[in-house]
Structure formats: C-alpha cells, structure tokens
Design a protein around this ligand. Structure first.
Ligand code: NAP
Ligand code: BGC
Ligand code: ZN
Length: 356
C-alpha cells in the first residue's frame, strides 16, 4: 500500500510502498479516507519536533485522520463505521494516565504520538489501531472529520483555561487568538460556544489582501498585525482581554500574553516553539501581574477521547462558510505535495487516500 513518509536524510515527504498492516487482538484495521496537515507536520518534516520510531529511519506522517473500519477484528466496532483515531499510545513503563483514559496528561517518555513522535502515523491507505483509540463519527461528517483532532486540541485547552477560572464567577467578554494558522482560525470560530464574547481579536503578520484576514473579519473579529502591535501592546492599542489562546509557537508570545490579559484573565499556550531561542522579558512585571491581578497561564497539549467527542459536536456546529474558507485544499495521492505547501493561500489541507 502507499504511505507518505519523511526520512532522516531527506526532509521532504515522499510516497513509499509499505505492507498493509494486520490488526493485533484488540485492534481494528482502518481504511484511510483523509489525513489533515498542520503546523506540527511541518515541524516534523523539518526535524524541529518529534522523532522516528525506535531503530527506524522513516516515519509515516499524519496524525489528523478519518477512516472507515475495514476489519473490526472482533472488537466492539463495526465494519463500515467512520472513525477518527486519537494520537497518543503508551510507551515504556505503564503510565496510570493511559489506564485513566487521559493519555494527553502522560509524562514525556510514557507515550509515543502517531505520525509525530516515535510511531508511524496515519498517512497510509490502511492503518491499525486499538479499537478504544478509534472514536466513531457520524457518517455525514466523514468528509471533514480530519478536523476532529485539531478541534479536540482546542476543546481540551479551553476546558483547562476555563477550569483555571472556576473558583469565581468568571464571565469573559474579550478574547485574543494569537496566530492565524488553521488552529488559530478554527479556535476563533469555536469561541462563541464557550461564552458571549463581545470583542474578539486575532493576531497575524500578513499584509492585506489575505485569506486569513478575510476569515478573521468575517467572524466579526479584529485583525491585529504583530508587526505594528506587539502582543504586550494590546491593552493600549485596543483593550486588555480576558482570554488569550496562543497558537503561533512564537516563544515571546508566551510571556507577552500576561501583559495582554485583563485582571483575572487566563492565557492558554499551545504553540511548540522550534529551536533554543533566548531573549529578555520584563520578569518582575510579569510576575507581579500574575500574582497581583490573579492572572493565569496554562499550557495544554494533545487531547483524549472525551475531547474528541466534544470536537465532533463542535465541528457539527461550525458554519459551512468557515469550513469552506479554512479548508483550502484536499489533495489526492498523485498531488500529495500540494497538501504540504506552506504559502499564504494555504490554510488547512488534507491528503485524500480513498472515498467512502
Ligand atoms: P501554523 O499553521 O504554522 O500557524 C501558526 C500561525 O502563527 C501562522 O499563521 C503564522 O503566520 C503565525 N505566526 C507565527 N509567528 C507569528 C508572529 N510573531 N506574529 C504573528 N503571527 C505569527 O500552525 P497551526 O497548525 O495553526 O498550529 C499552531 C501552533 O500550535 C504550532 O506551533 C503547532 O505546533 C502548535 N500545536 C500545538 C498543539 C498542542 O497540542 N499543544 C496541537 C496542534 C498544534 P505566517 O503563516 O504568516 O507565518
Ligand atoms: C497534535 C497533538 C500532539 C502535539 C505535540 C499536535 O499537533 O495535534 O496531538 O500532542 O502536536 O506533539
Ligand atoms: Zn496537530
């Protein structure tokens, strides 16, 4: 079968021939429909994040998949069912987090991530997975269900951020999303499910005309250009915000977020910065604001089956125009390289392996 891999000495995705996998007991065989591409995939291809399976020189890419159960293999799934796989699998010493159904909280070393870190991903005509890592999806969502994994990332991050404000009657009215990539834009479109935000902002570094700025404005949000307005200047340029969602991977933003927040606000950090970037920050001021203004920063990574279930609901509630504008390309295997393009007309892409 065809699979898309990146190898150690050739940092470009390419198609190779791999044997079709056989499901072990407790696993199902899935025929892949579509697999999305995100910023993490670009980091994996570039060698900035993740790693190869033990002893391997190639990694099958892809962690945002949707497929159809081809062989249920005596599991509780049924053949023909549409499913999306979760990303983490246990590795090494058993971690209680996997037993509790919270793989997203497992410590480094206790997990691998399919298509990212130490385990082959889903960009192949077929993949196998433990049945309990396959979340059923309603059939009518199959075409877009490669978005369930990234949406689940935001479901988890917003749960964590809101939980950090649960000791008082927090009623956020303003939010700033840092980053106009696919994660940032999907999140901007999801925020009204959580609270009645009166003002939304989204930060990028693009000139107009730009398709991401069009999406931001169509969502009723204000575009903030980081080249003119650094994150820490948001209170002066616009207003301090109750919630910041960071999806740039730009390390400075983690710290500048504190200064963009209103008293009692929370910043959720999602980005994975590349390299070892050192810089100065106004440490005392940041520390003072965190303490004296009850501000919080939370980091959030990965997601579990509960977040996937919430993401299926969220996906079903996103407006069609937003999904049409954000998904800028679904490419067949003959044209898979187009799905890895990273230009200013590309927002979210997927590789299509098969149709239902
Ligand atoms: P992406 O498509 O690369 O989006 C990042 C966006 O941030 C880009 O649009 C980029 O703008 C913008 N950006 C970067 N630096 C900026 C700056 N200084 N000022 C303004 N805008 C800036 O990636 P993604 O898929 O949306 O993911 C976003 C981040 O979240 C990545 O770091 C990814 O690794 C991470 N992530 C984390 C998790 C998790 O579980 N924590 C899950 C998924 C993704 P340009 O395109 O104009 O350069
Ligand atoms: C994936 C997560 C993963 C994270 C860190 C993200 O792009 O969506 O599932 O945990 O990268 O590798
Ligand atoms: Zn991802």
């Amino acid at each position: 079968m065809d699979a898309i891999v990146v190898s150690r000495d050739d940092r470009e995705p390419r198609v190779v021939d791999r044997p079709r996998p056989t499901p072990a007991p407790g696993e199902a065989l899935v025929r892949t429909l579509r697999v999305g591409v995100d910023g993490t995939d670009h980091e994996v291809v570039a060698g900035d994040h993740g790693g190869f399976p033990d002893g391997a020189t190639e990694l099958v890419l892809g962690h945002e998949a949707v497929g159809v159960v081809a062989d249920a293999n005596d599991t509780a799934l049924s053949e023909g069912q549409v499913v999306v796989p979760t990303v983490r699998r246990p590795h090494g010493e058993p971690s209680p987090h996997f037993q509790r159904g919270e793989p997203d909280m497992a410590e480094p070393g206790a997990y691998v991530e399919r298509g990212i870190e130490g385990a082959d991903g889903f960009m192949a005509e077929y993949f196998t997975s433990p049945a309990d890592c396959l979340v059923p999806v309603p059939e009518h969502l199959a075409d877009l269900a490669f978005l369930v994994e990234p949406i689940s990332i935001t479901e988890k991050a917003l749960d964590v951020a809101f939980a950090s404000r649960s000791s008082f009657d927090w009623q956020p009215e303003s939010a700033l999303v840092l980053g106009n990539g696919s994660l940032g834009l999907l999140t901007l479109g999801m925020l009204d499910r959580r609270a009645a935000f009166e003002s939304l902002y989204c930060l990028g570094r693009r000139d107009r005309p730009d398709p991401t700025i069009d999406v931001i404005e169509e969502l009723g949000a204000t575009y903030v250009d980081s080249r003119e307005t650094p994150v820490s200047d948001l209170p002066d340029a616009h207003e301090p915000v109750d919630l910041v969602y960071e999806a740039t991977g730009h390390a400075r933003h983690a710290f500048e977020t504190v200064e963009a927040l209103a008293p009692n606000g929370v910043g959720a950090l999602l980005g994975v910065p590349a390299g070892d970037w050192e810089f100065d920050v106004p440490g005392s001021e940041i520390h003072r604001q965190l303490v004296l203004q009850n501000k919080a920063l939370v980091g959030s990574v990965n997601s579990n089956a509960g977040h996937f279930a919430a993401a299926i609901d969220a996906l079903a509630g996103l407006p069609d125009w937003l999904l049409d504008d954000v998904v800028t390309g679904v490419h067949g295997l003959e044209d898979f390289r187009a799905a890895f393009r990273d230009d200013e007309t590309t927002i979210k892409t997927a590789v299509q392996f098969d149709t239902r």
